[in-house]
Design a protein around this ligand. Sequence first.
Ligand SMILES: CC(C)(COP(=O)(O)OP(=O)(O)OC[C@H]1O[C@@H](n2cnc3c(N)ncnc32)[C@H](O)[C@@H]1OP(=O)(O)O)[C@@H](O)C(=O)NCCC(=O)NCCS
Length: 160
Amino acid sequence: MTQALIRKARLTDLDAVERIETSVFDSDQLSRASLRRYMSVPSAAMIVADENKDITGYALLGFRKGSRIGRLYSIAVDTARAGHGIGRALLSACEDQVRKRECDLLALEVRADNPRAIALYEKNGYVQTGEEPDWYEDGGTALRFEKSFSAKPKASASKA
Ligand SMILES: CC(C)(COP(=O)(O)OP(=O)(O)OC[C@H]1O[C@@H](n2cnc3c(N)ncnc32)[C@H](O)[C@@H]1OP(=O)(O)O)[C@@H](O)C(=O)NCCC(=O)NCCS
């Protein structure tokens, strides 16, 4: 289990988040300008893993006004720190944000050729809902996953 401090991103984290983004993803990278904007707009939430002031991972969520669906735009962990529970901790913090904003669903796309990320989602209760060929810049296929957060109706002790 990681000892990283999982917290909201600050503008001073921008260099580190950009470094992770460009080193971890080969295509469909978010630009520095986009990352900066997402750090400050209310329709997004960026979370970082802070290990003794070293930013070793980040996750980005997007929300739409009037929609109860949160979207996981990105999640990435420094390659040197992969496999230490940071991805799981970031995903869990994203889910806290989704609950806080009273969303019913967290939805995401993941590359079909990314077994590590797919395992992370499946182990944490995400179910595949679709497939989008030619989704990425390089023509790669995306799988759509989602997890429901809607409150289940409580079982009634007596029938009306
Ligand atoms: C996917 C990613 C975020 C996972 O982060 P991480 O910190 O390495 O993952 P964790 O250590 O928290 O492990 C969580 C789960 O991921 C999966 N996982 C982690 N390392 C793995 C490996 N080497 N092989 C297969 N699955 C692996 C496992 O299901 C693991 O759960 P477990 O520990 O209960 O077995 C990270 O590998 C990453 O940044 N990858 C590149 C960017 C990316 O693909 N992002 C996803 C875009 S949709």
